[in-house]
Design a protein around this ligand. Structure first.
Ligand code: CTP
Length: 431
C-alpha cells in the first residue's frame, strides 16, 4: 500500500523520520512531502535516504511525474498515487490551510486534490492548540472526515507543559494501519465502552468525583471502531472528543451511567467497563449552595455496581470486561475483583504511579482471566487499547489457542502472532 507522509514546520518534524520507518516496517511504500518551514527543521535528504524517493517540497520544482499516477502534474499525480495522506507533525498553520481550502504550497494543494483518507497528527504549543481558531479548524476537518490523531500531554519544546505534544510515531503508524482497514478483525462486533469518571452532586455547584480523564476508554472506543466494530461509548464528563462515527452517550452520575449501559447492553457483543464509577453518592443533595459554617458531615450511600449488574443480565456469547484501579496489592485485589464481579476478564491498573494511568497518555496493565495473567507493559493508551482488544478477541477463540505459546503447534503460533499476543508473556496461573 502507498502512503504519503506530509511534514509541516514544527520541532516534531524530526519524529516524522521515525514514522516513515514505522510505516515501512509494515511493508508500506512511503513518499514524503515537506512544507518550506519543515525544511528548516529537517533536511529533505533525510527522508529521501529513508524512502529512496525524491522528497517534494515545492509546487514549482521541475519534477518527473509520480510513478504509477495518471497525471503528469505533480500534485495531482501524488494525490492520485497515495492511498492515505498522513500529516505529522501538523502545525496550526497547515490545519488552518486545510480547513479553509488555501492551496499555496504543495502539501495544502495535494490535500485538496486527494480523495484518499487524510490523517493529521497535530503538534504545537498548548495555547496554540487551545486557541478557538485551532479548535474550530479541527472541528471543520473532523466533520469532513479527517482523522485527528490527538496530541499528548507533556513538556513541550517551547518550555511549557500541556497538551500539544505530537502522538508517538508508533501510535500514528498504528492508526494509519487501522484507518487503511489493515485490521478489520472486529467487524460485526458491537462494543459498548464506558469511560471517564462520574460526578455525584453535593449541592448545585459541588460534586464528589475522581481524576479519571477518560483517555483509556476513549482509546478503546477508537481502537474498536478502527478495527471494524460498531461502538457505543457511554462517557462521564471528559474533555476528549469521541471517535467520529460512534454512538456517544454523555452521562454525569453513576446512576445515569447505569441506566444508559443497561438500556444499550442488549445490542452489545462486548461490554468493556473502563469508567471510574463513583462508589458512593451523597444521600442528601442540597438544593442551595452549602454555606461555610464549621465542619460538616456528608452522609454517603453506595451506588449500584454496574459491572456486577451487567454480568447478571448478560446474554449468551456476550463478553464482559471490567477494569480494576488499584494502588496496593494489585494482583490480589484484581483477582478478587474478577471473581466477585463475575466478568470474563479484568484489566488491572496500578493507579499509584504519576507517570502511568490516571490522566497520563501512558498506561501499563495486567489482563487477568480466571486462567491467565498477561502483562501488558507501559505503552501509549491507544496502543494498550489495541493490545486489550487483542486479548479480548482471544477469549472468543477455542481454549486450545490460549495455552502457553511454547506448547502451541506451528499453526497456532502463527495465528497467535497474527493477533500480536506473542509479544507479551503468556503465563498460565496454577492455582
Ligand atoms: N464499577 C461499576 N460500578 C460501580 C463501581 C465500579 O461498574 N459502582 C466497575 C468499573 O467500571 C470497573 C470495575 O467495576 O470496571 C472495578 O472498579 P473499581 O473502582 O476498580 O472497583 P470497585 O468495584 O469500585 O471496588 P473498590 O473501589 O473497592 O476497589
Amino acid at each position: 500500500m502507498r502512503i504519503t507522509v506530509g511534514v509541516s514546520g514544527g520541532i516534531a518534524a524530526y519524529k516524522a523520520a521515525e514514522l516513515v520507518r514505522a510505516l515501512q516496517r509494515q511493508a508500506l511504500e512511503v513518499h514524503v512531502v515537506m512544507t518550506e518551514a519543515a525544511c528548516k527543521f529537517v533536511q529533505p535528504l533525510t527522508f529521501a535516504a529513508l524512502t529512496g524517493h525524491r522528497v517534494i517540497t515545492s509546487l514549482w520544482e521541475e519534477p518527473g511525474p509520480t510513478e504509477g499516477a495518471d497525471s503528469s502534474i505533480e500534485h495531482i499525480g501524488e494525490a492520485q498515487w497515495t492511498e492515505a495522506l498522513v500529516v505529522a507533525p501538523a502545525t496550526a498553520n497547515i490545519l488552518a490551510k486545510f480547513a479553509h481550502g488555501i492551496a499555496d504550497d504543495f502539501l495544502a494543494t495535494m490535500y485538496l486534490a486527494t480523495t484518499a483518507p487524510v490523517l493529521v497528527a497535530p503538534a504545537m504549543n498548548v495555547h496554540m492548540w487551545e486557541h478557538p481558531a485551532t479548535q474550530a479548524n479541527l472541528e471543520i476537518l473532523r466533520e469532513r472526515g479527517v482523522r485527528v490523531i490527538e496530541p499528548g500531554t507533556g513538556s513541550l519544546a517551547c518550555g511549557t507543559v500541556g497538551v500539544g505534544r505530537m502522538a508517538e510515531p508508533e501510535a500514528i503508524a498504528d492508526t494509519v494501519l487501522n484507518a487503511l482497514g489493515r485490521r478489520h478483525d472486529l467487524a460485526g462486533e458491537v462494543v459498548l465502552v464506558t469511560a471517564g469518571g462520574t460526578r455525584e452532586a453535593v449541592d448545585p455547584v459541588r460534586y464528589l468525583g475522581n481524576r479519571s480523564s477518560g483517555k483509556m476508554g476513549y482509546a478503546l472506543a477508537d481502537a474498536a471502531q478502527s478495527r471494524g466494530a460498531k461502538v457505543i461509548l457511554v462517557s462521564g464528563p471528559s474533555a476528549l472528543h469521541p471517535p467520529t462515527h460512534c454512538e456517544f452517550v454523555k452521562v454525569t452520575t453513576a446512576e445515569q451511567m447505569r441506566v444508559a449501559v443497561l438500556a444499550r447492553m442488549g445490542e452489545a457483543t462486548m461490554v468493556i467497563k473502563a469508567a471510574a464509577v463513583a462508589d458512593y453518592r451523597p444521600v442528601h443533595v442540597s438544593d442551595h449552595k452549602l454555606k461555610r459554617s464549621g465542619p460538616i458531615t456528608l452522609e454517603l450511600a453506595p451506588t449500584e455496581d454496574i459491572l456486577a449488574e451487567v454480568v447478571r443480565q448478560r446474554r449468551p456469547g456476550q463478553l464482559i470486561v471490567g477494569f480494576a484501579a488499584e494502588t496496593e496489592n494489585r494482583m490480589e485485589n484484581g483477582r478478587a475483583k474478577l471473581l466477585r464481579k463475575g466478568a470474563d476478564a479484568i484489566v488491572v491498573n496500578d493507579v499509584s504511579s504519576e507517570a502511568l494511568g490516571i490522566e497520563s497518555d501512558m498506561n501499563a496493565a495486567t489482563f487477568l482471566t480466571t486462567s491467565t495473567s498477561i502483562e501488558l507493559p507501559a505503552m501509549t493508551k491507544r496502543k494498550l487499547a489495541d493490545r486489550i482488544l487483542d486479548e479480548i478477541s482471544t477469549l472468543r477463540r477455542p481454549r486450545s489457542l490460549s495455552v502457553e505459546l511454547d506448547d502451541a503447534t506451528p499453526q497456532e503460533r502463527v495465528l497467535s502472532q497474527s493477533n500480536s499476543i506473542a509479544s507479551s508473556r503468556r503465563q498460565l496461573i496454577v492455582e
